[in-house]
Design a protein. Sequence first.
Length: 374
Amino acid sequence: MSYNKTIFIAFTLNTSAIADYYRALTNAFVERGYQVVIITDGQRTHKASEDTNPAIHTWPSKRPTKLTDARFLMNLIKRYKPVLVFSNFGADNISMIVSWLLRVPLRFVTYHTMLDPENERKPNKVEIFLQILRKRFVFRLITMVLPVADALKSELSTVFCVPEERMQVFYNTLAARPDLFKKELKSTTQLISAGGLCLGKGHDILINAMATVTKEYPQVKLTIYGEGRERPKLEGMIDKLKLQHNMELTGLVSHETVMKAISNAYALIHPSRYEAFPYSVLEALSVGTPIVASAVGGIPEIIRDGTDGFLVPPGDPFILAERICLLLSSTKLRNSMGQSCHTRFEETFELNLAIQNQVNWFEQKIHRGTLFER
């Protein structure tokens, strides 16, 4: 099969930051003369366009894991003859197996998530082991894996046996929001946390920390944006510690509401037990809101401790409370950290700058024909 200057990108067309990244990548490729084919979840969009650039096709299934999805992709590859297939999340397995079988020269996936460290204690260990074996097999068919943090490279190497030379870190990025950036904020009353109400996000640790913080700063308020199965437990903790006037669980709200809340907050608190490369921390960075976060996963690659906020050991409410109080004690410190956050975002995590650098890298792979033996 003879391949041309066509690139497949499989992602879900929605309003998320991840979709924004793939849209920006698509546009950059188009501007450089490539034909791009977007393959998206057919249950999420009714868009379909075959005669445009980018072209848009939809998977037959809501989640592309079926034989019909494999046949669908085979037909698309035979029709367009792409030089590169790039996928993420649920589309990875089908995309990589089919593109390997049809000898597409370049096959890339993004690696976004970190394995739950509690997996070893779960009763379905056999199922988890089989999932890891399946992923190992798929990763053997891939030209390059693109983890979103250096912290994920170790997991890819030790758990999935991906060689160092087949990994390239591309950080998560965001579009700049200059309309939400605030150089100074004098009110110390509002803190924010954003993330699903699950054990891994560590909101129970934060509630225990707030019991200490409110003794020194009784007027401080913390709003947690997100929803999840831990809500009853967290509500019980808030009631038991008599924090009803200091804490609120808002549930699910629009992304724009969360962004405005982060912009107006004195600080973002992110107490995760484990994490890959959280967008909420990047969002705080982008609008100049300092962060107090656990030093886990890729978070230390985002936050410079003492410059953009504070890093704390995971699972320790006392040190978390201490750092929150230290930040609350000085608006000058807070505003200085906020400016540092914004500068770091613009230099390292701003979407348009990152996209141009990444497309340069992709083009080197395409032009040089840097392929690995299967």
